[in-house]
Design a protein around this ligand. Structure first.
Ligand SMILES: Cc1cc2nc3c(=O)[nH]c(=O)nc-3n(C[C@H](O)[C@H](O)[C@H](O)COP(=O)(O)OP(=O)(O)OC[C@H]3O[C@@H](n4cnc5c(N)ncnc54)[C@H](O)[C@@H]3O)c2cc1C
Length: 305
């Protein structure tokens, strides 16, 4: 058994490593760097970086068709990217960022219907229909998601008796994996319709949607606290069978989780007390964040709560 050692000046090590780097670069140039090496897509949480081949931002159905036809590998689709955990991109895929396909392409006040591209946000859709005194029939709690993203996860809201968003969709247009553009509705290509809504982009790219709208009516917020054991019969009697209730939610109080605050938004003829029809754009919510932080993170936060 013997030990040996070699000594050399530090600069020679540097030269050897530089040669290695040049060699690796040459290999990469000849063999081709993976094109997706540094194109990263992330969701709003910034916790799920995914390396995609490239990101395309189509503005027309034709561009979506061309992109799908030109790709033999995976295609992934992103809307507002509020779904977390890697649902909006796939490793090595061609990523379609749909946010620039965001136009209103048809609207009828009389029929109470609107046709939109999938990248439009609910907020922009609401701004469009509000002057006509119309309202979204079903949507989720926040308005900065895209219509395409909401349809693809089949979101639900707090609407009593309405179910998930699919019930408010008249039809969609879908680009399939072979580039075909099909219309799907409960009566036409129904399997594609029910598969794509709630299909997380797995069946094709939603490129258009026609949604039914509702009248925009004033509502009054009513809130009542009760034991959990009383909630079921309260819900059956006061909420489910009350056609005036438009939204409803119930919050359980920690730590016991045996007390409920039931909140209903009920149609009213009284004059409204909140005059703003839509919250102002660009609200930073800095004050809300400060208060949430204080009551959840600060010493004594629980006491303040
Ligand atoms: C704060 C918060 C509140 C929420 N509240 C609710 C709620 O009240 N009710 C509820 O049901 N959900 C709720 N969610 C979930 C939310 O509705 C979904 O995450 C919704 O998909 C977000 O829309 P997005 O535009 O960000 O879609 P993304 O997150 O970008 O995409 C969602 C899915 O749809 C696919 N997709 C996007 N666009 C298309 C397209 N054009 N064609 C085909 N597939 C597409 C994507 O590939 C992905 O699989 C909430 C989420 C957050 C973060």
């Amino acid at each position: 058994m013997h030990a040996s050692s070699r000594r050399f000046p530090a600069w020679s090590l540097l030269v050897r490593e530089s040669r290695l780097a040049v060699l690796l670069l040459a290999v990469y140039v000849v063999c081709g760097l993976p094109a997706w090496a540094d194109v990263v897509v992330n969701d709003v949480s910034q916790l799920n970086p995914i390396h995609v081949r490239e990101v395309l931002t189509p503005t027309t159905i034709k561009q979506v068709v061309t992109a799908v036809k030109a790709t033999s590998g995976p295609v992934s689709i992103g809307g507002g990217r509020f779904s977390m955990g890697g649902q909006t991109a796939t490793d090595g895929a061609v990523q379609l960022d749909m946010r620039r396909m965001d136009r209103v392409v048809g609207f009828s006040r009389e029929a109470k219907e609107i046709t939109v591209e999938p990248g439009i946000t609910w907020r922009r859709l609401q701004e469009y229909i509000d002057p006509y005194d119309l309202s979204v029939q079903i949507m989720q709690s926040y308005a900065n998601f895209t219509v395409g993203g909401a349809l693809s996860v089949n979101v639900h809201g707090r609407y009593v008796g309405q179910g998930p968003i699919v019930k408010s969709v008249k039809s969609i247009r879908l680009v399939l994996a072979d580039g075909d553009v099909v219309t799907a509705s409960p009566t036409e290509n129904a399997e594609l319709f029910y598969g794509a809504i709630g299909g997380y982009g797995g069946l094709g790219v939603i490129v258009e949607a026609t949604l039914r709208l509702a009248d925009n009516v004033p509502v009054e917020r009513r809130s009542v606290v009760m034991p959990l054991s009383a909630y079921r019969s309260y819900f059956e009697k006061e909420v489910r069978r009350n056609p005036g209730v438009i939204f409803h939610n119930a919050d359980l109080y920690p730590n016991g989780f045996d007390t409920v605050r039931a909140t209903s938004y009920v149609r009213t003829d009284e004059p409204v007390t909140v005059l703003a029809r839509l919250p102002a754009q660009g609200n930073g919510y800095a004050a809300d964040r400060f208060v949430f932080n204080a009551v959840s993170e600060w010493p004594g936060g629980k006491w303040m709560r």
